[in-house]
Design a binder for this molecule. Structure first.
Ligand code: RIB
Length: 338
């Protein structure tokens, strides 16, 4: 493969300046003659010139920033909606978001983090169940790249966006108690995932405040963080004898609905199911899922806005933007039969 053609090569052949070529190719050629523009475009095609993003952003005096977005699993509706929020702000502020989905693989997370750093990204948004502020700072070394660690392992310090997982767990518990449930279980994931633990703590506190027994050793069930995991947990949920189950997120709850159907267990007649997130799929499953709403799109918008604020002014005050959660009652919860 020959040497990569640059705009300097085109300028030389066209006998014009590099700036002229850059402006003509970036749609700002109206100040040059038609013949100059035609000559530049003709040479661009003949020489098969492909813009080099980094060179381009340098020529444009670095006016286009790049942010790295590292998420656990893009196939999860939650992160798809989160990234839509990121992209909205990125488009408005002329920023390129490089999105990496690590499929919840810590090795891949680390590899992608290194890849982003080597591509000289200007800022980072990381949602991870395992990365901590320290592991990110290690990967960044002495590079002063602003980052936001959010969601699964909440960064308890520094600029961040946050929802109140503890309160979300309280909302779920209160809803089931108001319906009259006395025997409930929580379907969670491995202990690494801080925000799922916070949801459990809020849930457990309200049960105990209402005199309802809850023993983590028997009433917390674990599954893979996925629809398949929720489906596979159906047997354990039925065996628990609970009349209601609080799932750590909607993806697992939707899988559980399928697993319970396969066991001929009716929702909500035989058991109530409540999820967490309020992803768009909740409206399209049967029965439609009761859940705790997280403002997912707004979290993506908020995380990007506060990161870009820091990119534009490194001395801007640290900021914690909190987003409220609330109950969305649909048809998957009801009064217990017995
Ligand atoms: O899978 C989506 C879940 O993971 C959401 O509850 C979100 O908070 C993230 O932790």
């Amino acid at each position: 493969m020959g040497k990569k053609v640059t705009i300097r090569d085109i300028a030389k052949r066209a006998n014009v300046s590099v700036t002229t070529v850059s402006q003509v190719l970036n749609g700002k050629g109206n100040r040059f003659s038609k013949s100059t523009c035609d000559k530049v475009f003709k040479l661009r095609d003949e020489m098969q010139y492909v813009p080099d993003f980094h060179a381009r952003s340098l020529i444009m005096q670095g006016s286009v920033s790049t942010i790295g977005v590292l998420i656990p699993d893009l196939s999860e509706p939650f992160f798809g909606t989160f990234v839509e929020g990121v992209q909205k702000v990125a488009r408005e502020q002329n920023v390129i978001p490089l999105v990496f989905s690590a499929n919840r693989d810590p090795k891949l997370e680390k590899e992608y983090l290194q890849q982003m750093v080597s591509r000289a990204i200007d800022g980072l948004i990381i949602a991870s169940a395992r990365m901590t502020t320290d592991t990110i700072k290690q990967a960044l070394g002495n590079l002063d790249i602003p980052f936001i660690l959010f969601d699964r392992n909440n960064a308890q310090e520094g600029t961040r966006v946050q929802t109140d997982d503890f309160h979300g767990g309280q909302i779920a518990a209160q809803h089931l108690i108001d319906l009259g449930h006395k025997k409930m279980v929580y379907l969670s994931v491995d202990k690494d995932t801080e925000n799922f633990q916070h949801r459990l703590s809020g849930f457990e506190k309200v049960l105990k405040d209402n005199g309802i027994n809850f023993d983590e050793s028997t009433d917390v069930l674990y599954s893979e963080l996925s629809r398949e995991g929720g489906e596979a947990a159906a047997k354990d949920v039925v065996a628990s004898g609970a009349t209601a189950v609080f799932c750590g997120n909607d993806d697992m709850a939707i899988g559980l609905l399928k697993g319970l159907r396969e066991l001929d267990v009716r929702v909500p007649e035989d058991i109530s199911v409540i999820g967490y997130d309020d992803i768009s799929l909740d409206e399209y499953v049967y029965p439609r899922l009761t859940t705790v709403h997280q403002p997912i799109y707004d979290l993506g918008v908020g995380a990007t806005e506060i990161l870009l604020d820091r990119l534009n002014d490194k001395d801007v005050d640290e900021k914690v933007e909190k987003f409220p959660v609330h109950l969305v009652e649909r048809e998957s919860t009801a009064r217990p039969a017995k």
